[in-house]
Write a protein that binds this ligand. Structure first.
Ligand code: SME
Length: 156
């Protein structure tokens, strides 16, 4: 593992520990997710938009987020968020311009990661979405560490 990857993982692990402490008095999943957004958005430089879309009556509607104003509703089965839901897995998109149907809420966005949000029964309730203005911001380390952090919101 090279130095950069090591420090990236170490940074996520420090934030994971910090969040665990902050979560102690809260057992509300949405409060925890909002706190994850706030901490990661302000601590990780390439997080340019950080937030949640929730599945409501078969539609993806924006919920809490940090960053510029986002699309309020995502057209069904189009874009990265719907692809992550339909494929039931985290998607890392190095260049959103190469992703057919990508929905650009902000044209300055160049890479993206989307993690499906699964409740304790394993049902997908929405997605956790992060955009970066740079290309290639996200990789397997972001995927693994972000999944671990998000899972803490559901460990109530
Ligand atoms: N790019 C997403 C839309 C949401 S924004 O990135 C905030 C997509 O293609 O689904």
């Amino acid at each position: 593992m090279d130095k950069l990857n090591k420090s990236k993982r170490a940074r996520y692990q420090r934030l994971n520990t910090q969040l665990k402490g902050i979560f102690k008095p809260t057992d509300i999943m949405m409060s925890r997710l909002a706190t994850i957004e706030a901490i990661l958005h302000h601590k990780i430089k390439y997080y340019a938009w950080t937030g949640i879309y929730l599945l409501v009556d078969g539609e993806l509607l924006v919920h809490s987020y940090q960053g510029p104003v986002a699309c309020q509703r995502l057209a069904k089965d189009k874009g990265v968020c719907w692809a992550a839901i339909n494929q039931n897995k985290t998607l890392v998109i190095p260049d959103v311009n190469d992703f057919p149907g990508h929905i650009a809420c902000n044209s300055a966005t160049n890479s993206e990661i989307v993690v499906p949000l699964k409740n304790q029964e394993g049902h997908i309730i929405g997605v956790f979405d992060v955009d970066s203005f740079e290309l290639n911001s996200f990789d397997e380390i972001d995927a693994e560490e972000l999944e671990k952090i998000i899972n803490m919101a559901f460990e109530l």
